[in-house]
Design a protein around this ligand. Structure first.
Ligand code: ASP
Length: 317
């Protein structure tokens, strides 16, 4: 029986000009560790949902990614994280927004999906639920990351927000001053042909207090339906929300009969480009076909499947 796991670590202005050999190694290792964590489960017959959570948690624990431990700072100098998880079997979903001091927001999203009776919890309500579910917490110091902090200090007295994957064409953002990439996501197809999607992020540097991006919004940054596809997005969240990007791919497949590849291309390379939405997405379907699609210079990405094929890449294709 076959399985496929596809992951991303953020899309944006990722070129050889900003990457050095050490960074290439760090990102490749980070992506491979996430592929290991997820495929180990898939190989043993584990579910797509569990594989997605395992792969994302691995990247949340790695400070090079803008999620969990490596989350960027808000305008108030805090880390506020968003995450979502969706199961393609029955369209069940769980999401959290604006959570703080949660070691793995994707695990909290799974608790919301399975045990809250709701789909989306935010801020104090999400924190209270985390406590009740025994979710692992971490102190502020755990999330402190010097380079992310310096990025924030540079712009904290301005009204600018900075996308973690800054490209020069983004409205309201300042010129790129560092290597700020890293929202994470995973989509998987398990041995039973079930698919799932998850996304986790610290959002944008200097984002407004309680700003929520596309990542935890079901249909915008995250979506999964066994009938069509599982999608995790990364990019300029406001535009991905307005485009309802992830669900649009599913709709193009369901109602217009487009292939996975063509549906992703329409949304990422046509629709989002017209709107000025920089970024990309990863996708998989129940047949195990997969897709990486982005309109930015690069996207940290990886794929491993039961045929022994592995892809790890950063730059434009
Ligand atoms: N989409 C995320 C957000 O807007 C950021 C990213 O993907 O880097 O919060």
């Amino acid at each position: 029986m076959s399985y496929t796991l596809v992951i991303h670590g953020g899309a944006g202005n990722i070129t050889t000009a900003i990457m050095d050999a050490q960074m290439e190694l760090d990102y490749a290792n980070g992506l491979r560790a996430a592929l290991d964590a997820g495929t180990q489960l898939l190989q043993q017959g584990g579910s797509a949902v569990d594989a997605v959570v395992a792969a994302i948690a691995e990247m949340e624990n790695n400070p090079i990614f803008n999620a969990g431990r490596g989350s960027v700072f808000t305008k108030k100098g805090l880390n506020e994280m968003d995450a979502a998880l969706m199961d393609g079997i029955d369209l069940s979903a769980g999401a959290v927004a604006g959570v703080r001091n949660i070691k793995n927001p994707i695990r909290l999203a799974r608790e919301v999906m399975l045990h809250s009776g709701h789909v989306f919890l935010s801020n104090e309500g999400a924190a209270e639920f985390a406590l009740k579910q025994g979710i692992e917490m971490a102190p502020d110091e755990y999330f402190f990351n010097k380079s992310r902090y310096d990025q924030w200090v540079e712009i904290r007295d301005t009204d600018y927000t900075q996308l973690d994957h800054k490209g020069d064409n983004l409205k309201g953002a300042i010129p790129n001053t560092g290597h700020k990439f890293g929202t994470v996501g995973a989509v998987a197809c398990d041995q039973n042909g079930n698919i799932a999607a998850g996304t986790s992020t610290g959002g944008m540097t200097n984002k407004r207090f309680n700003r929520i991006g596309d990542s935890p919004v079901i249909g915008a940054g995250t979506y999964a339906n066994n009938k069509t596809c599982a999608i995790s997005c990364t990019g300029h969240g406001e535009l991905f929300m307005r485009a309802v990007a992830a669900y649009d791919v599913s709709c193009l497949m369901e109602y217009k009969g487009l292939s996975l590849k063509d549906a992703c291309a329409v949304v990422v390379k046509e629709k989002l480009v017209k709107m000025g939405g920089e970024g990309g997405m990863i996708a998989v379907n129940a047949a195990g076909e997969y897709e990486f699609c982005f309109n930015s210079a690069g996207m940290y990405r990886g794929m491993r499947n039961s045929e022994g094929k592995e892809i790890v890449g950063f730059y434009g294709m």
